[in-house]
Every structure is written in C-alpha cells, then in structure tokens.
Design a protein around this ligand. Structure first.
Ligand SMILES: [Zn+2]
Length: 326
C-alpha cells in the first residue's frame, strides 16, 4: 500500500515572531502556517507561545489526515549539540531553553532544536541558492543576523555547536551598541537594527528627516522598516543609509571570506529581498577588502531562494532528515 508522506512541523522562534509551518515531506511546499508574536517582556511566556503554534499546526495536520511525525525548532543564538538554547541576545531573558525535550515529553513526538541560521543554511544548501556549492556561507538579515556555514558539504557546528555567529564579531570599535551589549558588532551595522543605527548616525549629521517623521518624530524610535519605507518612497537620505549599509555588509563578508573561502555567499531575510541592486552593490564591494581579490575567483553574492519561511521550513526539513528512518 502507498505510504502516506511524512508530515513535519518546523517552528522558527524569531526576535519578533514565532512562525510555524507544516510540511508534507514530499516537497518544499508549506501546507499550513501559523504566526504569533514573540513575548518580548516575559521570558516565561515564550515556551507556552511556541507550544501554542505547535498545537495549531497539529490540529491542522489532523484535519488534513496527515498526523505530525516529527518537529524541528529553530532558535536564535547559541544552541549546543544537545539542542539546548544556551543564550540568545534577541530573545531577552530566555536562557537554557530545552524546547526539544519539552516537546518530546509533552507530545510524545521526535523533536530537535537547532540554531535558526544553521537551518536556513541547510535549506538553501539542499533546495535553494547554495545547492551545488560545497562551501557556502548563508547569512540571514532580520532583527539580528543569523548565519550558517557549509564546508566540504557539511554543516559546521564547532566544538560546542556555537560556530557561525559572525554577527557578533567586532567590526567597528567605535560602532553602535549591539543587542548582545557589546559595542561595534557586525550585527549592529548590518541587520535591521544596523539599518536603524546607520540612520541615527545620519540624524546626528542633520539628515534623514523623512525617516524621523516615519518614526513618529522620535529618532530613538527609528527601526529598519522606517528606512525601508523611506527608501521605497524615493528618499535620497534613505538611499544613503542603504549605501553605507551595503559597505558594512560587504566589509563583514570580505572578512568571513578571508577566513572560510566559500564559493558563494547567500543573503536572506527581509533586507536582501528589498532590491537586487543592494545585493549587486555588496558583491561589487567585497573585493575592496578581500586578500588578493584580483588573483582569486570572484565571490558570488546571491539572494536566498527562501525568505520569511527559511528558518521554519529548514527546521521541518531537518526533522524530516533526522527522523525519516524511525
Ligand atoms: Zn553583538
């Protein structure tokens, strides 16, 4: 008899929202999805909110006649080899989160948790913009920066599982404060928060008035979305913010290329999807800082195939790969 496809849930715990998807195991298609806000000020409410998303998806799966067979969860930050989120600066107050084990105990389902950037990299490597590349760096620019490394065709995790956090490498000792409470991280200049920080620097120069207006007249309230809105409306100061932003993104990428020598760098997340022009600008500027750029093949910088769903779909794919034989 024809065996029903394996249905997996993937959940991505982000800095602002928790997104869950249901994947039927045949393709990359999402057959159902649910999204709830990440409780910002109440760390104890994060686990119940994740479980609520899971319950909604399990109800959908029952209704569709494909019960859930495994669960994958993507979490931002330092996730150890046993799937425990030790620390995540973009989910304040959440420490030592054992979400996979909670799901196993509560629902009796196989479950894994993994760094969200690693899952996005896995997805792009298996089915997306990094497929066919044995050495790839996948960067997701959202509230913070997520990243995943594929080297020699394998995910790189490091001694503790904590490899692949370029967002918190120092890039400007005089730079803005990062969510991790250190000054000058790459993330503080190259994520959504980075876009806002660069706009605030322009405000200090007496510029970016349209962006301040979009932020309700308060420059301290500027977020990446305000810069993107002003840019889309044709504001020249917003274009300047993006120009400086592209340089910082390129400086970071040239550093990681000096260290890792990937054949492709994939940029994902909300920012990369804004324009092909931005990606091209980054690609053009990477060689400016890269050792022996004129003597090595150009580093390709390409947009991710997947967007908002990459962490969640990557989590479902990982669960499917890990538990397929059980
Ligand atoms: Zn940092």
């Amino acid at each position: 008899m024809f065996k029903k496809p394996t249905t997996c849930v993937g959940i991505d715990v982000g800095g602002t929202k928790i997104l869950g998807v249901l994947n039927n195991g045949i393709s990359q298609d999402i057959i159902s999805e649910h999204k709830l806000p990440t409780p910002k000020d109440d760390p104890d409410a994060v686990v119940p909110q994740i479980l609520k998303v899971l319950e909604l998806l399990m109800a959908d799966a029952e209704e569709l006649g494909h019960p859930v067979s495994a669960v994958g969860v993507g979490v931002p930050g330092l996730v150890d080899h046993s799937g425990v989120l030790r620390y995540g600066p973009n989910v304040p107050g959440v420490l030592n989160l054992e979400i996979a084990s909670i799901i196993r105990q509560r629902f009796g389902l196989p479950a894994i948790a993994e760094n969200d950037g690693t899952l996005a990299a896995l997805l792009e490597h298996r089915l997306g913009a990094a497929s066919g590349h044995d050495n790839a760096l996948v960067i997701t620019q959202g509230t913070g920066i997520g990243a995943g490394l594929i080297m020699n065709g394998q995910i790189v995790r490091g001694a503790n599982g904590f490899a692949g956090e370029p967002g918190h490498a120092l890039i400007d000792p005089e730079g803005p404060m990062c969510a991790c409470q250190q000054v000058g991280c790459w993330e503080a200049l190259s994520s959504g928060a980075g876009l806002a920080n660069i706009a605030k620097l322009l405000v200090e120069e007496g510029k970016a008035l349209a962006i301040v207006e979009l932020a309700g007249g308060d420059s301290a309230a500027i977020r990446g979305e305000h810069v993107a809105q002003a840019f889309e409306a044709g504001d020249s100061d917003a274009a300047e913010v993006f120009d400086r932003f592209a340089t910082w993104v390129a400086v970071g990428i040239s550093n990681w290329c000096a260290l890792l020598d990937p054949s492709v760098v994939v940029l994902g997340g909300g920012l990369a999807s804004i324009s092909q022009h931005f990606i091209e600008k980054v690609e053009q500027r990477v060689p400016d800082r890269l050792l022996g750029a004129q003597y090595r093949p150009a580093v390709k910088v390409v947009p991710a195939k997947f967007s908002y769903e990459s962490g969640a779909l990557g989590a479902a794919l990982r669960a499917k790969e890990l538990f397929k034989t059980r």
